[in-house]
Design a protein around this ligand. Structure first.
Ligand SMILES: [Zn+2]
Length: 293
C-alpha cells in the first residue's frame, strides 16, 4: 500500500497544501521563476512549508510548479531543471522531518505554458521529453507522489503522465484541472470528461484546483462524483474569485468562508481538500478544523 493510501485510510479527509506562489509573492517574489527560490531563498520556501505543516497539511507540495524546462528557459535556467527540482523536494523533505509529522510528500508539475500541436508549436513528444526530465529529478529526489495541477488541456496531462511513467511505473499520480471558464477548462474540457480520462490514465486522485473560488470547485466535485462515484476527489480552490484592486490581485474569501466551503466539499465527497492561490496558513487551519482534521 502506498503512503498516500495509508493516509487516506486513516482519515476521511486529507488536508492538502495551501498556496505557495502567492505566499512567496507576499515575501518578495516578483517575476522570477518561483523554483529559483529553492536555491536562492530556501529559508523563505521552508517557512511556507513549515507554516502549512503546523496547521494540519499532510499532503504538502514541493515548490516545483512550472519548474520544467519550458518555463525555466524563459528565465535563462533551462539547464537547471534537475538542480531546482531536487532542491525543492529536499526543502520539503527536511521540513516534514523537522516537523515530525506523518506526511506524504508531493511534487508539483504543471502546464508548459505553451500550446501543444496542432494548435501550437509544442510537439507531443517534445512535451513528454521535457516533463520526463522534470519527473526524473523529482523522483530521484525522493517524492512520494506526483501532483499534476492547474491543467487546462487533457492532452498535456497525458504528456505529463507519460513523462512520469517513463521514469517510474508505479509512483502515484494525482491530477487536478482548472475549470474556470463557465464550468469548463480554458481549453473546453468538462469535469465529467476530465474525470473519465484521468482515471483511465491511472491517476489515483482527480479533481479541480485554482479558478474562481469554492463554489466553482463544488460544482466540479459534484459533476466528477456523478460519473466516478468511487474516485478519490481533490478540491483545492482559490480563496475566492481574484479581483484587481489598485493594480494588485486580491483573493476575497476569508478563512471562515473557506472553512464553510471545506465542509460542503467534504459532504459532496471530496477526500483531499486544500487551497490554491490566495489561501494562507490561516485558511488551511480553519479548513482543517472545520472538517475535523
Ligand atoms: Zn491557483
Amino acid at each position: 500500500m502506498s503512503k498516500l493510501q495509508m493516509l487516506l485510510e486513516k482519515s476521511n479527509v486529507v488536508i492538502a497544501d495551501g498556496a505557495m506562489g502567492t505566499m512567496l509573492q507576499a515575501v518578495g517574489l516578483a517575476g522570477e521563476a518561483p523554483a529559483l527560490w529553492n536555491v536562492e531563498h530556501p529559508e523563505r520556501v521552508r517557512a511556507v512549508h513549515r507554516a502549512y505543516l503546523e496547521v494540519g497539511t499532510r499532503l504538502p507540495i514541493a515548490n516545483t510548479f512550472t519548474a520544467s524546462r519550458f518555463h525555466l528557459s524563459k528565465h535563462g535556467a533551462a539547464e537547471r531543471v534537475a538542480e531546482l527540482n531536487r532542491a525543492g523536494v529536499a526543502l520539503l523533505r527536511d521540513e516534514v522531518q523537522a516537523a515530525g509529522v506523518d506526511a506524504v510528500i508531493a511534487a508539483d508539475m504543471g502546464p508548459s505554458g505553451e500550446l501543444l500541436a496542432p494548435l501550437g508549436a509544442l510537439a507531443f513528444d517534445d512535451a513528454v521529453a521535457g516533463f520526463e526530465e522534470q519527473a526524473r529529478a523529482l523522483i530521484d529526489g525522493g517524492v512520494d507522489v506526483i501532483w499534476i495541477e492547474t491543467m487546462s488541456d487533457l492532452e498535456e496531462v497525458r504528456a505529463i503522465i507519460e513523462g512520469v511513467r517513463r521514469v517510474s511505473k508505479d509512483i502515484p499520480i494525482l491530477a487536478s484541472m482548472t475549470f474556470d471558464t463557465r464550468g469548463r477548462t480554458m481549453m473546453g474540457v468538462k469535469p465529467e470528461t476530465a474525470a473519465r480520462s484521468l482515471l483511465e490514465w491511472g491517476a489515483v486522485a482527480i479533481g479541480g484546483n485554482c479558478g474562481n473560488g469554492p463554489e466553482e470547485i463544488l460544482a466540479v466535485i459534484q459533476k466528477m462524483r456523478a460519473v466516478a462515484p468511487n474516485a478519490i476527489l481533490i478540491a483545492k480552490s482559490n480563496a475566492g474569485k481574484p479581483e484587481m484592486v489598485d493594480g494588485k490581485t486580491i483573493f476575497p474569501a476569508t478563512p471562515e468562508v473557506m472553512a464553510q466551503s471545506a465542509r460542503a466539499l467534504r459532504d459532496a465527497g471530496a477526500r483531499i481538500i486544500g487551497g490554491c492561490c490566495g489561501t494562507t496558513p490561516a485558511h488551511i487551519r480553519a479548513m482543517a478544523e472545520a472538517v475535523g482534521r
